[in-house]
Design a protein around this ligand. Structure first.
Ligand SMILES: [Zn+2]
Length: 326
């Protein structure tokens, strides 16, 4: 199902274009790009726009402009194309369908007609995780079995069904999923108890983020995934999906987040830390690269070749913007 991959692996940056890039996103982009270059991998820019309607007009073009200004050119990206495209998730629905069919053939999916309210009310521990209640398996069949035609799932109670992954079945008897993170170290997540059966296809028929992201990393030959530490719980789910699909997992590296002087992570809406705002204020791109390098324990330079040469992974701890930056 996965197209022939280029011989070289890849590292990727995969932003969701719901806002302009700020110093936090920019640091992730820079680190992922340097990591891939240091290892001689392809650099991939993938746009995670599963919800095209949620993308403000001009936002995608704005993010391209931010990356161009920062000086990060990717080998493969939506504007340039490449061997494992398309590089926008909104154009990859057919590929996600194949992934869903492969999971269903193993009897790992079931339809769920519950509303958000019903999921919440039926949950054993409504606030078990930051990401919402653990699903009570209200719609789970007594024994796992394939659904068959995923486009022919009937409506019930006047609603289309979402598709959920049967996490216990996918774990195949294991209680937890474990992986070694190249930055954060050994990780172990009790998926059944703490996260529950999660949605892999939404009620509107669109692939859920976890499914799309995991599948794309495999289908694009991404052997390194460097991103923010806030995504570690997602990685547990994505690791399980890849395992269930019999696909290789990338090396994950979750960097500490950039925080402000009060310890809060940088907010998307804060114009002062947006690259666009810094640029308008006359800040040079090389000074932004230099700041991001310094925040990551790299040499005090904005020179991308020098940074590539000297690159090493940053630590897992959050890093604070120094005084003088907004
Ligand atoms: Zn349900």
């Amino acid at each position: 199902m996965i197209a022939t991959l280029p011989p070289r692996g890849a590292g990727r940056f995969a932003p969701t274009p719901t806002g302009r890039l700020h110093l936090g996103n920019a640091r992730t982009a820079l680190l992922a790009w340097l990591d891939a270059r240091k290892l001689g991998l392809r650099t991939v820019l993938r746009v995670e726009d599963l919800d095209p309607a949620a993308i403000p007009p001009g936002c995608l073009e704005g993010q391209y402009a931010d990356l161009d200004w920062l000086g990060l050119a990717f080998d493969e990206e939506p504007r340039r194309g490449g061997p494992v495209g398309p590089y926008r998730q909104s154009e990859r629905a057919g590929l996600y369908r194949e992934a869903l069919q492969a999971l269903d053939a193993k009897g790992l999916l079931y339809p769920c007609w519950c509303s958000r309210r019903e999921v919440h009310d039926a949950a054993r521990a409504p606030h078990a995780s930051d990401e919402g209640p653990v699903y009570a398996r209200t719609c789970a069949p007594p024994t796992p079995r394939p659904i068959g035609d995923l486009d022919a799932v009937p409506r019930r109670r006047g609603r289309e069904a979402a598709l959920r992954l049967d996490v216990a079945a996918a774990l195949g008897g294991d209680a937890d999923i474990a992986f070694d993170d190249a930055i954060a170290g050994p990780q172990r997540f009790a998926l059944v108890a703490a996260m529950g059966d999660f949605i892999v296809r939404r009620r509107d028929g669109v692939a859920a983020y976890q499914l799309a992201c995991a599948w794309d990393d495999a289908a694009m030959g991404c052997t390194r995934v460097l991103r923010g530490a806030d995504l570690l719980p997602s990685t547990a789910r994505q690791g399980l999906l890849l395992r269930a699909l019999g696909l290789p997992t990338p090396v994950w590296a979750h960097a500490g987040l950039v925080v402000d002087a009060t310890g809060q992570r940088l907010a998307k809406r804060d114009d002062a830390i947006a690259l666009e705002g810094l640029r308008a204020a006359g800040v040079a791109a090389s000074d932004v690269r230099r700041l991001l390098a310094r925040l990551s324990g790299l040499p005090d330079t904005g020179d991308l070749d020098l940074l590539t040469e000297a690159f090493h992974l940053p630590g897992p701890e959050a890093v604070e913007l120094p005084a003088g930056w907004p």
